[in-house]
Design a binder for this molecule. Structure first.
Ligand SMILES: [Zn+2]
Ligand SMILES: [Zn+2]
Length: 313
């Protein structure tokens, strides 16, 4: 099986509300980026996993969250600076548009208020409250989550997810390019083999772990400009090469991004080039899967395997 999975951390303002200085451009472009990403999905018939921050599904909120056991001040930005910015705090109509699509988008969860699962101030009670709040907010939309994406990829509390009915999550990256220096990344970009094809596995809680292959906007700034001038967009080069590798050897290329990464026309062009390539390679046998599709496939195989083992006993 050769496939591409795209997972989207869909959060509008919530990905930044805890930061002292939120990146203004990305905050302001978040909604537009969401719409552009959705438009490209439709244009190239590419269903994706949209892991949404549950708070986006509320109709209104005074920012108090009195019964939510998050640390003091967690909702301060919503209450204060973003009090008059419903566009950053709510996004029900954006989610309804995904549900109305003829494509089978997978609406997953990215918690309720973007808590970090490795935050030492949090305990299991907060995590459970986040998951419950995210599920409650999704009920009026008829959404039952299969898929989970951890904020800032901090994997944790997987037993809570399993108990809550999730089946699949985006795991940790097999190699951490993010901690390398930009110029070291530069040399890595020439080689598509540096984008790992990932192997979904069933973890000890029965959840399917689908690690990411590449963050589509992890390579920015001057090195990106240098690469684009000398060759072509380095991420496009890597991803198209990785797709070719997947087609020849089998495997999953798992791409991820935030809608708020789409700030400039160049960013949108990068994504469109990749989507067009994916679409074109369907003729060669490339499948496009969501995280929920991968869970169906992997858990079915696991079940078949167990049945055969039982028969052989
Ligand atoms: Zn609120
Ligand atoms: Zn996030």
């Amino acid at each position: 099986m050769s496939s591409v999975v795209i997972s989207v951390d869909a959060e509008l303002g919530w990905g930044f509300h805890d930061l002292k200085d939120p990146p203004q451009k990305r905050v302001e472009y978040a909604r537009n980026g969401w719409i552009q990403l959705h438009t490209l999905c439709e244009r190239y018939s590419i269903p994706a996993t949209w892991a949404i921050v549950g708070h986006l599904l509320l109709d209104e909120c005074d920012g108090a969250h009195l019964s939510h056991p998050t640390p003091p001040g967690w909702f301060a930005r919503e209450r204060d600076q973003w009090r008059l910015r419903p566009d950053l705090r709510f996004g029900g109509e954006l989610v309804r548009a995904l549900q109305a699509s003829e494509l089978d988008h997978d609406i997953g969860s990215h918690t309720f208020s973007h808590v970090l699962f490795d935050d030492p101030r949090l305990d299991e009670a907060v995590i459970k409250a986040e998951i419950e709040a995210a599920k409650d907010a999704a009920k009026p939309y008829g959404i039952e989550y299969d898929s989970f994406v951890f904020p800032r990829n901090a994997v944790g509390y997987r037993e809570v997810l399993a108990d809550a009915g999730f089946r699949v999550y985006r795991g940790s990256a097999p190699q951490q390019l993010t901690h390398q220096r930009q110029w070291e990344k530069l040399s890595a970009t020439i080689n598509p083999d540096r984008v790992p094809l990932v192997e979904p596995v069933v973890d000890e809680y029965g959840l399917v772990d689908v690690p990411p292959s590449v963050f589509l906007f992890g390579f920015q700034g001057l090195p990106r400009v240098v690469c684009e001038t000398l060759w072509m967009d380095p991420i496009v080069r890597q991803v198209t090469g990785a797709i070719d590798n997947a087609l020849s050897s089998g495997g999953v290329v798992h791409l991820w991004l935030h809608p708020n990464d789409l700030v400039t026309e160049r960013d949108v062009n990068r994504l469109e080039t990749i989507f067009a390539y994916i679409d074109a390679k369907r003729n060669s046998g490339l499948a496009v899967e969501t995280l929920a599709d991968v869970a169906d496939r992997v858990l079915q195989t696991e079940q078949d395997y167990q049945q055969v083992s039982l028969l052989n006993q």
